[in-house]
Design a binder for this molecule. Sequence first.
Ligand SMILES: [Zn+2]
Length: 288
Amino acid sequence: MARDTRTYAWPAGKRCAVVFSADVDAESPYLWANRGQPIGTMGQLELRRFGPRVGLHRLLELLDRFEVKGSFYVPGIVAETYTSILPELVERGHEVGLHGYHHEAVHQISEAENAAILDRCLEVFRRQVGHATYGYRSPAWELTPEVHRLLRARGLAYDSSLMGYDHPYSIEGMAEIPVQWLTDDAIYFRFFGSGNDAWHPANPRAVLESWIEEFEGIRQFGGLFMITVHPWISGRAQRIRMLQALLDHIAQYDDVWWTTAAEVAAYHVSSENAAVFEEPMRLVDTNF
Ligand SMILES: [Zn+2]
């Protein structure tokens, strides 16, 4: 137990890290949810297309203003529908990573299907932006040991879907760059207006206060502050203003390592942290 209280060792002079990440889902989760059925309505398609049309560009301008590079996870179908997204992100110096093809729930499909999807996504990325060691973020932030093994077998740089620490760690030798529901925009703002939503979208000022409090805590404990936004959600005007206020707050510190998930993963595996915070693949025995 003692080692869990050890603080993560960041590069000299840095107390914590910040990664601004975006899951560029567009309409892909809706297509997956409706697979095999005709889609005869426009509402949710158009709502989600606001992301690639408007939201993504507002987010990129915001990051430019702070001279920050982000990590963008793009489903294969989104890259193939909006063919300028991956090349533009790479051209502007941002990281791009895998995020399923149709935003599949990896635990609902077979290992063979997951393997084929990963290979298909890698093929799209290599065709559009060239060979690189890409990172991976699971759609819906779920993973299985089989998918984890498929990622390792393909030499992916890291996974960013789990929450076992609030700083980087390793599972079976592969870097895990953790996410957090608390700093995911979807849980506060996703709203479809279908009558199924249980509550209205949150006031961004309240979310800003919560996120600043989390950032200050992460800085105190020496962790990773991972923000996850979706262009169709956080590209809306009041949320861009909220993010600007958040980044203004973070920018006042010079002891914050503000970088991409790929950079964090590369640092992690080359540092002593990789051995200190290594976890085995361990599910539980439910035969009791
Ligand atoms: Zn997603």
